[in-house]
Design a protein around this ligand. Structure first.
Ligand code: MN3
Length: 335
């Protein structure tokens, strides 16, 4: 009995102190990426920079509800996350993808698939013009960031770039979808060998990009349910309403009605903008538009109650109703 208790304590200790994210191993030794990327850069980039994103991500989510979230969920709702979660979840995902698509030429097992090659030809003319577009996106990214080849929810390919450690899965990105090829244009990716010559690094990197791996990523991306999730999530007016709603509702739960009293007009305005906006195609449903009418009505009542100096209990009850309606809408969005 005692032994089982002991084992139980040890097991729960490991779960509590478990580190959900780990640094993935590289597929090759640091020096195998030479001469295109020098061994020292690979070593520092992988064992120091990427490790720091992993360590800081684990630290940022430790003891919070986010420990139960998937990495995709951390990124999808980046606009609602702390800077630490956004930067380090992105840093971990982006570098993991980057290592996967880099292979020394003589070790590249498969050429580009005919599926991916055809899509590239249809959309970009040929692979060289796609490379030129990616290099253009990478060289014009001001400061630190990434250039991406992305599969959109409409299953098209696009080239885009993001700052810092953002990526196209995140709701903060202008162009969204699943990235299948990413080029790190942080100075830490090239400075030791190339110094300020980002263009030379961008010329060399293509010797390491493994189109066989990118092709596999293309196939899994077009079949990934995440694409549909991203499509439904592309409704900025809903995000905007959510932001104001959480900033007034959560303090009201704790008895602080000041944000609600100061911003009931703004909340109503956001509700009206939301009702008048065009939802993403899969969300153009009768139930959702009905729920939006109800939301506007409740926000309007709330604003009027505030103007009449209604009692705390009355205001608390009304904001809770509007908050429930909002969550019903969010629920309908996931169906
Ligand atoms: Mn990097």
């Amino acid at each position: 009995m005692r032994l089982f208790f002991f084992i139980g304590v040890i097991a729960s200790h490991f779960i509590i102190n478990g580190q959900p994210y780990n640094l993935p191993n590289l597929n090759f030794n640091y020096e195998e990426y030479e001469p295109y990327i020098d061994a020292k850069t690979m070593e520092i980039h992988h064992s120091k920079h990427h490790q720091a994103y992993v360590t800081n991500l684990n630290k940022a989510i430790a003891g919070t509800n986010l420990e139960k979230s998937s990495l995709n969920d951390l990124m999808m709702y980046a606009s609602f996350r702390s800077e630490a979660v956004r930067n380090n979840a992105g840093g971990h995902f982006n570098h993991t993808l980057f290592w996967e698509i880099l292979t020394p030429k003589e070790k590249q097992a498969n050429p580009i698939s005919s599926e991916l090659e055809n899509v590239i030809k249809n959309q970009f003319g040929n692979i060289d013009s796609l490379k030129a577009k990616l290099n253009q996106a990478a060289s014009t990214r001001f400061g630190a960031g990434w250039a991406w080849l992305v599969v959109t929810p409409q299953k098209k390919l696009i080239v885009t770039s993001t700052p810092n450690q953002d990526n196209p899965i995140m709701d903060v990105a202008k162009d969204r979808g699943i990235p299948i090829l990413g080029i790190d244009v942080w100075e830490h990716a090239y400075y030791l060998k190339y110094q300020n010559k980002r263009g030379d690094y961008l010329g060399a990197i293509w010797n390491l990009i493994d189109w066989g791996v990118v092709s596999q990523k293309y196939m899994s991306a077009i079949n990934d349910p995440l694409l549909a999730q991203i499509e439904k999530d592309t409704w900025p007016e809903l995000k905007e309403f959510h932001r104001v709603m959480s900033q007034v509702f959560h303090p009201s739960e704790k008895g602080n009605l000041d944000p609600l009293k100061n911003r009931s007009g703004e909340l109503l305005a956001k509700a009206i903008l939301l009702k008048n906006s065009t939802p993403p195609l899969p969300l153009q449903k009768e139930e959702i538009s009905k729920a939006l009418m109800k939301l506007v009505k409740q926000c309007d009542e709330l604003d009027k109650l505030k103007s009449k100096n209604a009692k705390t209990e009355v205001l608390t009850k009304k904001i809770a109703e509007a908050h429930d309606t909002f969550h019903i809408i969010q629920g309908l969005c996931q169906d």
